[in-house]
Design a protein around this ligand. Structure first.
Ligand SMILES: *[C@@H]1O[C@H](CO)[C@@H](O)[C@H](O)[C@H]1NC(C)=O
Length: 323
């Protein structure tokens, strides 16, 4: 009996360690890439924004859908024009509500290039036709910089504002900004770095919960799984670090500095879910803190055009989020 128990114990432990919840239900327009989700304050409507031409606006009355495509934030693109991009293929939207206005950050770049610029648009309703493009924030990068200025993420700490950004090169950086419009007010510094391999960290998202700032990062390869499947474990997964400060000293569950390769797994490929990443967190009026992301369903296809919207309500274990 004991022998039998001992033999199944590793299996049980393995099952527990790998017990990630299936993505919450999604109906309607569920294609997604680097989603940003928020509930409109006035009526609770869910708004989802995704990477792509003009940044698609998709709305629903429930997180599970049915989601409906409404149109685009910037139908004719951004006023930012960087080499290799006309300014219409806008990446990694990041939306926040600050003092009555919705701020939507986006990046203009081209794949694998360090010539990148972060822009911002504002609206008081988020509806099609209501967005004003403010263009470049001034957070930008060119070849030779320590970082790549894409994947923006704003965090408001009291009366201070910070813009987190970064992808590969020096990985995740932060710059103090003067307001929710994201104009840099000081020099930038590194928040997280993986010196191994290609420094594959990007798409950061920071949120506050009960005494800590949590920094979520997409670690690994984001895209092109249908044409070039990464080695097992090298596809996107969501890792996490935390700190009592929003501006540095982020460590993982083992206390390893996230500027020195640290990062504990929050969500990775499991079952039919492949390469979850491009994540964010928002406070749902009924479900509390929710993690959302995109992923590929191995039954539906691994191409970028097949990515799906995923979400899970967050629970907590010893001060760390669990989904
Ligand atoms: C750092 O990069 C290596 C090589 O790609 C990868 O195997 C490892 O999981 C990464 N570490 C983290 C914390 O993501």
């Amino acid at each position: 009996m004991l022998k039998k128990l001992l033999s199944v114990l590793p299996l049980l432990c393995g099952a527990l360690v790998n017990a990630y919840g299936s993505p919450g239900a999604c109906s309607g327009a569920c294609w997604s890439h680097d989603p940003s989700v928020i509930q409109r304050v006035s009526d609770g409507t869910y708004y989802r924004f995704d990477t792509g031409s003009g940044i698609q606006i998709t709305t629903a009355s429930s997180l599970s859908g049915p989601w409906t495509i409404k149109g685009y934030v910037l139908p004719s693109g951004s006023s930012i024009s960087v080499t290799g991009n006309t300014g219409s293929d806008l990446w990694a939207p990041d939306v926040h509500y600050v003092s009555g206005t919705y701020y939507l950050f986006y990046a203009v770049s081209s794949f694998g290039s360090q010539v990148s610029d972060i822009g911002v648009a504002t609206s008081t309703t988020m509806d099609v036709g209501s967005w004003t493009d403010h263009g470049a924030t001034g957070v930008a990068s060119t070849t030779g910089k320590a970082y790549n200025a894409i994947d923006p993420n704003l965090i408001v700490v009291g009366s201070s504002y910070y813009l987190n950004f970064g992808s590969f090169w020096g990985d995740i950086y932060q710059v103090p900004v003067s307001s929710a419009l994201g104009k840099p007010s000081s020099t930038s510094y590194q928040l997280a770095y993986n010196s191994t391999g290609t420094h594959a960290e990007e798409g950061s998202y920071m949120f506050y919960y009960s005494g800590y700032y949590y920094l979520l990062i997409s670690s690994g390869i984001c895209c092109g799984y249908d044409t070039s499947l990464p080695a097992a474990g090298q596809e996107y997964r969501i890792i996490m670090c935390r700190s009592t400060s929003a501006t540095g000293s982020f460590v993982d569950k083992d206390g390893k500095a996230c500027t020195a390769g640290g990062g504990s797994t929050l969500l990775k490929s499991h079952g039919v879910v492949y390469g979850p990443g491009g994540q964010g967190v928002f406070t749902d009026t009924s479900k509390g803190l929710v993690l959302y992301y995109h992923y590929a369903d191995t039954n539906d296809g691994l191409a970028d055009a097949n990515y799906l919207f995923g979400w899970n309500a967050i629970t907590w274990s010893s001060g760390w989020p669990v989904v």
